[in-house]
Design a protein around this ligand. Structure first.
Ligand code: NAD
Length: 480
């Protein structure tokens, strides 16, 4: 364990003063305050913590506390309980560009450290536009907001850049003042139960580990599909597209967890190293063959949803936009363990079913003594269902030995805490396993930039699909 108390996978919540930049924002209201209350309700967050909300608005403690209580709504145990929780909240009007505001903030943190006995532990949650991340990091350091008695952790919301260059620039700005071990880059998908379960499922079950290779696995299929369009997010989405918005982070993270080798030890850094190695092994493609591996699509109005419009008619979207709302891909790895095993994925807006899941298809038995049998399959259901399902073969009927599929699921599907509740838990306990290391971001952004460049150079087609269908027909050709 280092001096900041990180890299342990011990799950012990530590007392701290948490400062949220963007305390008046949507994310704080919808996710961060309710997440903290869930931990408090479960008695995981005790009384030795304080939260400072900061933003430009001229709020005061009393008003922030009202907002916090409102954000919790019916989840409260009682009025008294939620008021006691809210009494831990303080507000400071703060412009992140004004260095003097950091001195006032430091004084407030000092005062709260004494009041709540938080041992100098400080967490700064940057829930603001990425353009402010560098400024905040610099001012926190130069205005001496670290207390050497305890740890200082910086939680950084996404998006972390728009390509390799911009993410590196952002990272350089932050790392000029903070160590990698202090930085918690958020990808809330990594807090989903069955994404987190991949590591114990693969590496604590010898029976599974022995199957996890090209001898046994035929192909992997990942779906991260949504049923809605881009809504009000036109400005952001038209600049971003599905490849950056979903593939660069969530899907590449999933792929790295599925393909990585067993980490040398169970620590955040060893897991991250194994993930980076898996990402580095992914094959890259050229102008000549990019279309055989990645296709892009865009939704248009259709009969399945009378309210939907063409993507190009959405508010704040360019009338001749080439931005993809759908991507399908077929990836291969250079790792011998994965020789010849394609990893297929789809992700898109306005598809038929909202689902995040992974199917591991096992090879069929070429020497089978049966005429027909179902191929074995393991499904990792991440969202909205959260469980696993294993398809094996049993027996069809009383008088024959014909195989019939048997499907196994845990009888008790896991009861999950919310993504942001777990995220807060991991920040307070110093567990960086479910956050994104810079080395992972570096490889994944380079991989994504390469696809985008080659699509551009190859003038790859944009495949249109009608809303609330299964996506462009070109996907079938790609996957066959
Ligand atoms: P928001 O626009 O609702 O809030 C932004 C906050 O930043 C406000 O509190 C505002 O006062 C503050 N702010 C802006 N300029 C400031 C300045 N100069 N000094 C001090 N404070 C300033 O945004 P949001 O939706 O809460 O998102 C915050 C971050 O979280 C963004 O990076 C966003 O991409 C990310 N994020 C948001 C969501 C979500 O569901 N809202 C989901 C994932 C990631």
């Amino acid at each position: 364990m280092n001096t900041h108390g990180e890299d342990t996978i011990l799950e012990i919540l530590q007392s701290a003063v948490l400062t949220i930049f963007g305390g008046t924002g949507d994310l704080a209201y919808r996710k961060l305050y309710p997440a903290l209350y869930s931990l408090y309700k479960k008695d995981q967050l005790k009384e030795d913590f304080a939260v400072i909300g900061t933003a430009r608005r001229e709020w005061d403690d009393a008003y922030l506390r009202e907002v916090v209580i409102d954000s919790i709504g019916d989840a409260k145990i009682s009025d008294e309980h939620v008021e006691k929780f809210a009494s831990h909240f303080y507000y400071q009007s703060h412009n992140v560009n004004d260095v003097e505001n950091y001195d006032t903030l430091n004084e407030l943190i000092d005062k709260l450290e004494n009041k709540y006995q938080t041992c100098g532990n400080r967490i700064f949650y940057l829930s603001v536009s990425p353009s402010l991340f560098g400024t905040i990091a610099r001012n926190l350091k130069l205005q001496h907001l670290e207390n050497e008695r305890g740890f200082t952790r910086l939680v950084i919301e996404k998006p972390f850049g728009n390509d390799y260059e911009s993410s590196k620039k952002l990272n350089d700005e932050i790392m000029e003042h903070f160590e990698e071990e202090q930085i918690y880059r958020v990808d809330h998908y990594l807090e989903k139960d069955w994404i987190q379960a991949i590591i114990p499922f693969r590496f604590s079950n010898p029976v599974i580990e022995s199957l996890w290779n090209h001898n046994m696995i035929d192909f992997i299929n990942i779906k991260v599909n949504e049923t809605l369009g881009i809504g009000e997010r036109g400005v952001y989405f038209d600049e971003t597209g599905a490849l950056r918005d979903m593939f660069q982070n969530h899907i590449l993270q999933l792929i790295s967890l599925l393909l990585m080798k067993r980490p040398s030890v169970l620590s955040s850094s060893a897991i991250s190293e194994a993930k980076v190695e898996a990402l580095q092994q992914l094959q890259t493609y050229t102008v000549e063959n990019i279309d055989n591996h990645f296709i892009r699509g865009q939704y248009k109005a259709g009969s399945n949803n009378k309210d939907a419009v063409d993507y190009r008619q959405e508010p704040n979207v360019s009338a001749n936009s080439m931005t993809e709302t759908y991507v399908a891909g077929k990836l291969l790895s250079n790792d011998n363990n994965w020789s010849g095993v394609p990893v297929y994925f789809t992700t898109g807006k306005y598809l038929t079913k909202k689902v995040t899941h992974v199917d591991i298809h096992f090879k069929e038995d070429k020497d089978s003594i049966f005429d027909e049998q179902t191929a074995n399959k393991l499904s990792i259901l991440i969202d909205p269902e959260q469980t696993i399902e294993l398809v094996l073969n049993g027996k069809k009927a009383e008088y024959t030995l014909d195989p019939a599929p048997l499907s196994f699921q845990p009888t008790e599907p896991s009861k999950s805490a919310g993504d942001y509740e777990k995220l807060m838990y991991h920040v307070f306990s110093g567990n960086r396993t479910h956050f994104v290391h810079w080395n992972e971001l570096e490889v994944s952004w380079k991989f994504v930039d390469h696809i985008l460049e080659n699509w551009e150079k190859a003038d790859s087609p944009l495949h249109f699909y009608e809303v609330n269908t299964t996506g462009p027909e070109a996907t079938n050709e790609l996957f066959n």
